[in-house]
Design a protein around this ligand. Sequence first.
Ligand code: MF3
Ligand code: CO
Ligand code: CO
Length: 254
Amino acid sequence: MKTEPIVILSQREIEKMRQAGSLAARLLEHLEPMVQPGVTTLQLNDEAERWTQAHGAKSAPLGYKGFPKSICTSVNEVVCHGIPNARQVLKEGDIINIDVTPIVDGYHGDTSKTFIVGTGSPKTQKLVEVTRECLYLGIKEVKPGAKIGDIGAAIQEYAEAQGFSVVRDFVGHGIRNIFHTAPDIPHYGTRGKGKSLRAGMVFTIEPMINEGTHEVEVLSDGWTAVTRDRQLSAQFEHTIVVTDDGVEILTEIK
Ligand code: MF3
Ligand code: CO
Ligand code: CO
């Protein structure tokens, strides 16, 4: 639980978040065509690091609480925080979430997408599409006066109605010149509960949706979170700002 006060960003800070968010979106777009059978997650990492530096930015994950690489690459049963590795070769039918967070002029843009390597089974396609929809249903709830619980409720209702489960152990987070800060944004919950949203709040929504159990375990590397039943998990993430009349997605190519 993050208990520090929730900060309202100034217009100047929101503009910096737009710059960082836009670079993050472009980085994901740059990496997408590399997602092919035969590529290693380390190759994705190294290209992300090179491109980030070439654009004058820094990779927030690198060295964050000891994380060893520049992006997270979470394949199949990996829920989040997968560590890129030279021995991990993508194959047809795998799913991979790529999560990037460049820092531009001190501010963070945090976004991720799940890609299917090649085509994938109908069930895999459904999981990925439902997870993408969960993110956008959560975003649609955001406006001044709405409650944090409204976001999670919308996501949980849809995910569970589609036969999937919502990860509890990882949540969205406030973000600015700090990578992870208040508020926590659970992807499950109850409408009308939790703190009220106000214009100028900036946070991520990043639902992790599982085929089977919602339960997660962290491997002995201290980072890699996997589903307990080793069934698939997908995730999509945007960084958003609450506006006077609703929401602006900061990690979108405009
Ligand atoms: N980008 C992840 C998030 O969405 C955080 C990664 S932290 C790291 O919050 F250390 F694993 F990189
Ligand atoms: Co992220
Ligand atoms: Co995040």
